[in-house]
Ligand binder design. Structure first.
Ligand SMILES: C[S@@+](CC[C@H](N)C(=O)[O-])C[C@H]1O[C@@H](n2cnc3c(N)ncnc32)[C@H](O)[C@@H]1O
Length: 230
């Protein structure tokens, strides 16, 4: 029996064409910096490596990996999101397809990254297993996903109950679920980013809150980030 793929809100051209606007707002810039700090600290990208970005979307992370000197495949299910990505650069190889069935051979990449995508896939276990499969021994699988137990996760879910936002179609993980999902695949290091509230209050203290949060409250940050070492 086959099941229909879950609706992907990111197929909508209107959403794809406005997706990057968040990164241009004041709060969006701060949040993006905090998230990238942790993602790249765990991912440790090295120039010359071959990297895969699963759910690359408009290419926010794939493009940065390319600028850092990696050879990058940006992979996503949405033609509309990839159209935005392609307009940014042709130095990334953009490819359309589903995370649950990656068209790459075992161990093809040194780094497989996925940011705020596993929330939206049909089969989370399968998508993660695929990322692990295509990562070479000695490589890293880095996964970042919105924390269901954070103030941001709760706010996004509450908003999605009031109106149809992309999070209406998302399945968010708690830190416990996140760790249980990743741990079977190898040595795991994880933390979280973004300890300022969704209102943006206290943004001036963002860096201090980040250090304190990562030191003693990693279950509370908005974005859970984990690295599996293969
Ligand atoms: C919130 S966006 C994140 C985009 C990008 N990683 C970023 O952080 O800006 C989620 C992306 O996951 C993609 N996606 C959803 N389900 C997918 C699947 N099964 N396989 C591949 N991509 C998928 C969507 O098309 C969308 O581009």
């Amino acid at each position: 029996m086959s099941t229909l793929p879950r609706h992907n809100p990111f197929e909508e051209p209107a959403l794809a064409s406005t997706y990057d606007r968040w990164f241009e707002t004041f709060l969006g810039r701060v949040v993006d910096r905090l998230e990238r700090d942790l993602i790249y600290r765990l991912a440790r990208p090295r120039a010359g490596e071959l990297a895969l970005d699963v759910g690359a979307g408009t290419g926010h992370f794939a493009c940065e990996l390319e600028r850092r000197g990696l050879r990058v495949v940006g992979y996503d299910r949405s033609a509309a999101m990839l159209q935005q990505a392609r307009a940014k650069t042709d130095r990334v190889l953009w490819q359309q397809g589903r995370a649950e069935a990656l068209p790459f051979s075992d161990g093809a990449f040194s780094l497989a990254l996925s940011v705020t995508t596993l929330e939206f896939v049909d089969d989370l276990q399968r998508a993660l297993a695929e990322m692990v499969r295509v990562t070479a021994p000695g490589g890293r699988v880095v996964v970042a996903t919105l924390n269901a137990a954070s103030a941001w996760g709760r706010a996004y879910l509450a908003e999605a109950r009031r109106q149809e936002t992309p999070f209406h179609y998302a399945h968010l993980l708690t830190p416990q679920e996140f760790v249980a999902l990743l741990r079977p695949y190898g040595r795991l290091r994880w933390s979280s980013a973004v300890f300022i509230p969704p209102s943006g209050r206290g943004v001036i203290l963002a860096d201090l809150l980040e250090s304190l949060g990562q030191l003693g409250a990693r279950r509370r940050g908005a974005l859970l980030v984990g690295r599996i070492e293969r």
